[in-house]
Design a protein around this ligand. Structure first.
Ligand code: NAD
Length: 421
């Protein structure tokens, strides 16, 4: 049965208790269920209620810490927020194996984000492009007038370009504004700037501005990561196996999607732990993966002259250490403190290293024993808990399932019933 009605006027204006009472009635929740929502919101309702609308509770995730990371010669402890078993363990393991050859070597571009202005109703595209180009300095100055703090931090609009696109609604002129957003993710900065220059562009071109917004295809904000895994350490069979897996990912989008999902296991977990916009990170990664028209892996593995495995990753990463909720979310702040990052570029580079580590770890397991053994061992506790086991019961059932090599909902249920008898 669905809710009695979803038409609840001004739900956002209700107090927290009023919202819970409405929910209890409409969704027919028990007192215990309402208590659960209240319990999880207890420590942070004030904070989260300022983040989004209509808050009813908090959805929690484990925050784990990846160890062993050596990145550009520096030691890092890396907080990761993720619900999937084995992600944190895999990162630690891959980082440990990479330490022998110096860990991860990373670099990043300037933090340039792109804003778009869509100009319609233009008669002479070539004249419009010319006049925009002639007024470039004025447009950049106008954009920069909107964020003095950014300018004081060394950032600001740095360049622009135009292009004419043929679309199903006819030709249109698009202007790209390039903005150095320093330590911010930068969407709000860029949105303010492109909205701020739109009227001037209309005056210049005689057209009218429709969309004025940041692009999540952040191709001017790139990170590169590289690591070498020694053949003596991982075995030549694993080296060859990963090369086979890499070849498949480059030839087949079915595999490339899962290859990249492995990378995003790490990248997303650090993005979440540091309060970053996961949707932007994902949109950016996958649009870049599809840039050639066929969906491609974000990393590449090859053998060096010594026969060791080299992994290289390249991807856009629109993230920040100021702005958004990075400062207002207390755990995000703590994560940034643990990481000891001073700039957004530094965080970008750490995320690139974690993405590559995660990618290697998944491929290594895949070409050896297959993903399920280790994964299901870690997941067995979730399965035991799903059938109603609590406390020590979870460990007993999980252990039995792992010993029997039969980790499944059905077996967990049988063992739980046995235990209860
Ligand atoms: P923001 O507007 O919250 O903060 C950025 C501001 O911080 C800047 O305007 C600047 O004045 C100030 N600042 C102080 N020190 C700085 C420094 N060292 N470097 C840079 N800026 C500094 O945040 P934002 O990063 O512009 O926007 C991020 C938010 O925008 C995220 O919450 C995201 O979810 C949201 N958003 C995303 C999209 C999208 O399509 N991805 C669209 C709209 C909004």
């Amino acid at each position: 049965m669905t809710a009695q009605t979803s038409r609840i006027p001004e739900f956002y204006k209700k107090t927290y208790e009023e919202r819970l009472q409405i929910l209890k009635q409409q969704a027919e929740l028990s007192d215990e269920e309402i208590h659960l929502l209240r319990l999880h919101a207890a420590a942070s309702f004030g904070t989260v209620n300022r983040m989004i609308e209509n808050v009813i509770s908090v959805m929690f995730l484990p925050l784990g810490m990846a160890t062993n990371f050596l990145i550009n010669g520096e030691e890092y402890m890396i907080p990761m927020a993720v619900e999937e078993s084995s992600v944190v363990a895999a990162a630690c393991n891959a980082a440990k194996l990479a330490r022998i050859s110096g860990g991860f070597f990373v670099s990043s571009s300037d933090p340039i984000m792109i804003g778009q202005v869509q100009l319609l109703g233009i008669n002479d595209f070539s004249a419009a492009q010319k006049i925009i180009f002639l007024h470039k300095a004025r447009i950049l100055a106008l954009a920069n007038a909107h964020d003095q703090v950014l300018i004081a931090n060394g950032g600001g609009a740095v360049d622009l370009e135009t292009k004419v696109l043929e679309t199903s609604r006819g030709p249109m002129l698009i202007m790209h504004l390039f903005v150095n957003v320093c330590d911010a993710m930068g969407s709000n900065i860029v949105n303010t700037m492109v909205e701020g220059v739109a009227t001037f562009l209309e005056d210049l071109t005689g057209g009218y501005a429709r969309l004025r917004i940041v692009s999540n295809y952040a191709v001017r904000r790139m990170v590169k990561a590289r690591a070498v895994w020694k053949k003596e350490q991982i075995g030549t069979e694993v080296v060859e196996g990963i090369l086979d897996a890499d070849a498949l990912a480059h030839a087949d989008p079915y595999r490339a999607a899962t290859h990249n999902k492995g990378i995003m296991n790490g990248v997303d977990a650090v993005a979440l732990a540091t309060g970053n916009d996961l949707r932007a990170v994902e949109a950016s990664a996958h649009s870049y993966a599809a840039r050639s028209g066929s969906y491609q892996p974000l990393s590449h593995f090859y053998k060096n002259e010594d026969g060791d495995l080299v992994g290289e990753l390249e991807m856009p990463l629109p993230i920040g250490i100021v702005g958004g909720i990075t400062k207002s979310h207390p755990i995000a702040q703590l994560s940034l403190k643990i990481l000891r990052v001073k700039t957004a570029c530094q965080l970008t580079e750490i995320m690139g290293a974690v993405g590559l580590a995660q990618n290697f770890a998944a491929l290594r397991v895949l070409v050896r024993e297959g993903i399920q053994r280790g994964h299901m061992r870690l997941h067995s506790k979730n399965i035991a808990s799903n059938v109603g086991a609590i406390g020590d019961e979870i460990d007993v059932i999980a252990e039995r399932m792992v010993c029997e090599r039969s980790v499944s909902d059905g077996r967990a249920r049988e063992l739980f019933d046995e235990l209860k008898k």
